[in-house]
Design a protein around this ligand. Sequence first.
Ligand SMILES: Nc1c(C(=O)O)ncn1[C@@H]1O[C@H](COP(=O)(O)O)[C@@H](O)[C@H]1O
Length: 166
Amino acid sequence: MSVSEQPIVGVIMGSKSDWPTMQYAVDMLTQFNVPHEVKVVSAHRTPDLMFEYAQTAEARGLQVIIAGAGGAAHLPGMVAAKTLVPVLGVPVKSRALNGQDSLLSIVQMPGGIPVGTLAIGDAGAKNAGILAAQIVGNHNPAVRDAVRAWRQAQTDDVLANPDPQN
Ligand SMILES: Nc1c(C(=O)O)ncn1[C@@H]1O[C@H](COP(=O)(O)O)[C@@H](O)[C@H]1O
């Protein structure tokens, strides 16, 4: 597990093979200086660890959990079932079904146990990182300002390059 000082966002994923996608979430958290931790946790392969991770998340100070998984992606929903810390789910693009399976597994939660589901793949992971920072930013002005500056830079970049041929 890679851990910064007193992590307030937890990034978990079902397998090491999810890292090429989930790194985009971590990149955004790093960019916004959000203390975070990163770990492989699987509802299927390490169910006891998954329970422990979810059950201790609140007491350890996590404010948001980003959970990425592919295929039969039960991890985000199972973690959400064991904690009140908000869970953002990232459907990882599976080889067999292009992430449609991951998306439907994560998004179709029964009423009562919410998971905030992002888009399939890299954009979903990136947006999960940004959204987590925005949630943290509700009570953390430095993080909010970092997101604000990043968003303005994104807007400025688009406005400065309006010609799609150049
Ligand atoms: N969906 C889950 C869970 C889970 O939901 O607990 N654990 C692993 N996986 C997914 O299995 C896929 C293939 O994993 P491997 O590449 O390790 O075989 C990954 O996308 C992972 O998220």
